[in-house]
Design a protein. Structure first.
Length: 210
């Protein structure tokens, strides 16, 4: 009985791959051996493919980390402005002029301003006088080839201006319509003070709405 048990144990040990009277499955061409080989081949291929995928994912992760590091390094190395330094465009220099002392009633400047979005315009003029009046009468006239297009009369206040030795004024009309645009017009401003004295200034203007 003992000898039969030992023989069985020896044959069982032989199945693990050692030579003996019963050869292992790897040394036979039985269907079971072929099936086992195929199974292990499939498992091996699956593990190999999984490792390749893991390596590919790892390469993408490493590449992304490198890209982020490059961007961060570029930002840190980008030259920065020194504190207190501003990059503003320089303001063009303008000539500073002094206005002369007033010696008589004078119309010094005239201009127009368009009304935004509407074809209307404001007419303005300014000047000064040696008389200490309270108001001055301003008459705006627009002409084209000697034909009067528009006449507007308003009254403007006088302001004491000791720095110029008299008084100054500024007249501005209400918004005016029906003024031809895109053609040269002659603008004339006539000033009349409280003493009945008059002065005028004129110039060409081409009106354009905005």
């Amino acid at each position: 009985m003992a000898e039969w048990s030992n023989a069985t144990v020896c044959k069982t040990v032989a199945l693990t791959g050692y030579p003996g009277s019963n050869p292992g499955l790897s040394t036979t061409n039985s269907p079971l051996a072929t099936l086992i080989k195929t199974f292990y081949s499939i498992v091996y291929m699956a593990e190999t493919e999984e490792k390749k995928q893991e390596e590919g994912v790892m390469m993408y992760v490493v590449g992304a980390i490198i890209a982020v590091a490059v961007v961060v390094a570029s930002i840190l190395m980008w030259p920065r402005q020194k504190s207190g330094t501003q990059t503003t465009s320089p303001t063009p220099e303008q000539n500073v002029v002094s206005k002369p002392q007033l010696t008589k009633l004078a119309c010094e400047n005239q201009w127009y301003n368009p009304v935004i979005g509407i074809p209307k315009f404001y007419l303005s003029a300014e000047g000064g006088d040696v008389l200490e009046g309270k108001t001055v009468e301003c008459t705006f006239t627009l002409t084209k080839d000697k034909d009067v297009i528009l006449t507007e009369k308003i009254t403007g206040p006088m302001t004491v201006a000791p720095e110029r030795g008299g008084t100054t004024f500024r007249c501005t009309s209400k918004s005016l319509e029906n003024i031809p645009q895109g053609v040269p017009l002659k603008m004339t401003t006539t000033i009349k003070n409280e003493g009945g004295q008059t002065a005028s200034c004129s110039g060409m203007a081409t009106f354009k709405s905005q």
